[in-house]
Design a protein around this ligand. Structure first.
Ligand code: SF4
Length: 442
């Protein structure tokens, strides 16, 4: 079986490319060119018969990922399935299944069965969790088992995988020589892999046998997302030498993977102050040859826990603006607890809003919807305002909880409603209607 990338390079437009083109308002040929260049990926493992097709990459709407999954403390499959439903209801584009507690094969299969989105995961989680249970020491993980596990997960239908190939002796040496980090290592997969390499005095097998990883991904046409295992977990560590070493290696591997015909994506941080986000994205795009960039927020402050979905949304809007293509949500429970259903809902909402804000800046030619929303609000056409906006149910709930006497206003200003009175202030002959007609043609 050929991958989307290989087919695109041969000049073929696949059904998935045609769907992406229709959804995003491009011609199928434009999408094919983006896929052929490695600027667009389409995570769509054909093992799954029903899953939504979604394109990620240059020129496309910024996509939102919701992550769910059990932990060793809380392992409730029914809860995870409810979280899947909420993520879908709220408009997430992709889902990551990141369980580390319970029967991991069974949880993965249940999630795949109940989800219509492209699903991704991090194979190292299961590999180290199982090695920990079996040997009481995750460092005793057998590298061969890791490859078998990746194949098993792909055969179940994973459409993309975050795999930590960019952690190698060179990047670990940068970490060692640097000698200090305010936030330490924060990636679960990254921490376990660095520890495994140290214990076994071995190179990372996922780096050493990168062609084998790519061959597995190609077999299922899954997107290989190069994991950000040495990402900064504190803004004071952002862009330190260790993180940059891994980024350089990941960007190099993105090119190598594409040459082998594998759909490639690069993962980014993490914790990054706002003024460094644009630079981070520029570097990834330049060094990887324009590979789609999948960022975790990022979080531009360390002090916002409890409201980290908002902290991350601020970083996400900035990163989407500057070219990030897929944004992993952060929930209000970040750094504090396993997300519950409400956390998932709030996380997806905040991240979708951030992606929209980023896209308004990234694609100024696509602002028409915002204009229509503004006109509906100006005209006190609340039904139209609800219909066009992102969160109509929330809008209704708030408005209905504090109803105005005059339905053309709201209880914020009541009789002083600027929207209702605005046009009557033009006493010099410009009536409201004339003014409205004029603005509509702008
Ligand atoms: S009452 Fe105030 S807040 Fe409400 S619609 Fe009118 S101007 Fe806007």
């Amino acid at each position: 079986m050929k991958t989307q990338l290989e087919l695109a390079k041969e000049g073929q437009v696949t059904e998935s490319m045609a769907i992406v083109a229709k959804d995003e308002g491009f011609s199928p040929e434009e999408i094919r060119c983006g896929v052929a260049a490695g600027h667009i990926v389409i995570p769509c493992n054909p093992q799954r018969k029903t899953q939504r097709v979604c394109g990620i990459g240059r020129g496309l709407r910024t996509k939102v990922n919701a992550s769910i999954g059990t932990s060793s403390d809380i392992s409730d499959v029914a809860l995870e399935i409810r979280k899947v439903r909420i993520a879908e209801e709220e408009g997430a584009d992709t889902l990551m299944e990141l369980s580390t507690g319970g029967d991991l094969d069974a949880i993965r299969r249940a999630v795949l069965e109940h989800c219509s989105l492209p699903v991704g995961n991090v194979p190292l989680y299961q590999a180290f969790a199982e090695a920990g249970r079996k040997y009481r020491n995750p460092n005793k993980l057998d590298a061969e088992y890791l490859f078998d596990l990746i194949e098993r997960q792909l055969a179940d239908g994973m459409s993309f995988m975050a795999i930590h190939c960019g952690i190698n002796r060179f990047s670990v040496e940068r970490l060692r020589k640097q000698g200090f980090r305010y936030g330490g290592l924060v990636s679960k997969g990254g921490t376990f892999m660095v520890s495994w390499m140290d214990y076994n005095r071995c190179e990372n097998p996922l780096y050493e046998q990168f062609d084998r990883v790519c061959a597995l991904m190609k077999k299922y046409d899954a997107v290989l997302s190069l994991g950000n295992g040495i990402r900064a977990g504190a803004i004071h560590d952002s862009h330190d030498r260790a993180q940059m070493a891994e980024m350089i290696i990941n960007c190099e591997l993105a090119e190598l993977g594409r040459e082998m015909g594998c759909q490639m994506m690069v993962e980014g941080p993490g914790h990054v102050p706002l003024d460094e986000i644009a630079g981070n994205i520029m570097l990834e795009k330049r060094m990887s040859g324009g590979a789609p960039y999948y960022v975790l927020g990022p979080l531009p402050a360390d002090s916002g826990a409890g409201y980290d979905h908002i902290t991350a949304a601020i970083g996400a809007a900035q990163s989407a603006w500057h070219g990030a293509d897929l944004i992993c949500y952060i929930t209000p429970a970040e750094h504090l607890a396993l997300p519950n259903e409400n956390d998932v809902r709030e996380g997806v909402r905040a991240t979708r809003l951030a992606a929209r804000i980023g896209d308004i800046a990234k694609y100024p030619e696509r602002r028409e919807l915002e204009k229509q929303v503004a006109l509906a609000r100006r005209d006190s056409d609340f039904e139209e305002y609800f219909r066009l906006s992102m969160f109509p149910e929330k809008m209704r709930e708030v408005r209905d909880s504090r109803k105005p006497e005059n339905q053309a206003t709201c209880t914020m200003c009541g009789d002083f409603c600027a929207m209702e009175r605005g046009f009557s202030l033009f006493k010099d002959g410009i009536s409201g209607d004339k003014c409205r007609n004029k603005t509509e043609t702008l």
